[in-house]
Design a protein around this ligand. Structure first.
Ligand code: KIV
Length: 292
């Protein structure tokens, strides 16, 4: 099977060859939903991180992550809200544009915020098309199973790739009464497997599984043909996702069991700013070489 690989131009240079000036650009292979699907078959683990701005997204893309998630966790991480509920479609679009500009390699998934797809399938499809059209994202992500299946089916039929999200779905925090582990009991676990199969059959290219027992995540992963991307769901899923600011240690005081700090940038930022403040106050910044 041949897979069409979209490309983004990285650099434009000019070369002279045989007396002709030729336009040359280095091209980076873009990740596609088809390639993400293929990774499940080959057993190549999928990497996904959230991103909400151009500058950090450039670094994340350079480091070689497969997928960006412009998560509605931006409501907490970027805006300082206590939940994901307040963020709007237009705010998500604004943030995603910067990430799309940075993405040379990684696929960009935009989270559909609370209220943008729950009322009706028609409204969901309208918002999904608007979000992809105005942000440049490659795909959307929605939280939920059977309840939102009509919306998901229509989005996929209209050409919008969809990533599902089951388990702890933070947009339902008021219903759940907190952010605890989901699907510990058999009934909820069975519904989750059923929902995952429905999302898979509807054509979702991947499903995020958040904060569920590792054994259940493994069961779901075996029960569906599309890749599963875990967060707090053990290491038997087809890939992993983390909130970038959490894994970089920028979100001070937030350290749930499933989270690993791959850096401690929070402390480094504070130390750098303390050094700056001290250097300005004692007039050692700027020095002669830093002045015109
Ligand atoms: O919004 C988000 O960051 C997410 C991840 C936690 C999966 O949905």
């Amino acid at each position: 099977m041949q897979i069409y690989l979209p490309i983004r131009k990285k650099k434009c240079t000019f070369a002279v060859q045989f007396g002709f000036i030729m336009s040359v650009h280095t091209e980076t292979k873009r990740m596609t939903t088809a390639l993400i699907r293929q990774k499940k078959a080959t057993g190549d683990k999928i990497t996904m991180l959230t991103s909400y701005d151009y500058t950090l997204a450039r670094l994340v893309d350079e480091a070689g992550v497969d997928m960006f998630l412009v998560g509605d966790s931006a409501s907490n991480i970027v805006c300082g809200n206590g939940t994901t509920l307040p963020i709007t479609v237009d705010e998500m679009i604004f943030l995603t544009r910067g990430v799309v500009r940075a993405a040379q390699h990684a696929l960009v998934v935009i989270d559909m915020p609370f209220g943008s797809y729950q009322v009706s399938a028609e409204e969901g499809v309208r918002n999904a098309i608007k979000m992809v059209k105005e942000s440049g994202a490659d795909a959307v992500k929605l939280e939920g199973g059977e309840e939102i299946l009509p919306a998901i089916r229509q989005m996929i039929a209209m050409g919008v790739p969809v990533c599902g999200h089951l388990g702890l779905t933070p947009q339902s925090v008021n219903q759940f009464g907190g952010y605890g582990l989901r699907a510990k009991e058999e009934a909820e676990a069975e519904k989750l497997i059923h929902d995952a199969q429905l999302l898979d059959q509807a054509g979702c290219f991947a499903i995020v599984l958040e904060k569920i027992p590792a054994a259940l995540a493994e069961k779901v992963t075996k029960a569906v043909s599309c890749p599963t991307i875990g967060i707090g769901a053990g290491n038997k899923t087809d890939g992993q996702v983390l909130v970038l600011h959490d894994m970089l240690g920028l979100n001070l005081g937030f350290k749930p069991k499933f989270l690993r700090h791959f850096a401690e940038l929070g402390g480094e930022v504070i130390a750098a700013v303390e050094n700056y403040v001290a250097a300005v106050k004692d007039s050692s910044f700027p020095n002669e070489t830093e002045s015109y």
